[in-house]
Design a protein. Sequence first.
Length: 100
Amino acid sequence: MPYNLVLNVLFILAAIFTPFLLWHLYRAKWYKAISVFFITVVLPFFFFQLLHLGNHVFGFLIMTLPLLIFYCYLWILSHVIGDYLREIDTVRRWERERAV
């Protein structure tokens, strides 16, 4: 299995999706989520880009770590957004019932 090809595709997908993600977080005024993204994803990505290790296996693991962090961030964010939407739905339903 060409791990380098898979890794490159995952990097490209992350690079394409990141502006879309940040734009929607900005529109939703989730500034804390944006700052958490920069602290947990962008800073480690740039830090790991500066590391050049001679060991290929360790270097491969270090290069996959930012991707793992990115996709874990997306997974956690999807759960947070789901909880937020359920909460909004519950509040709207409660307001409709109270208005009747």
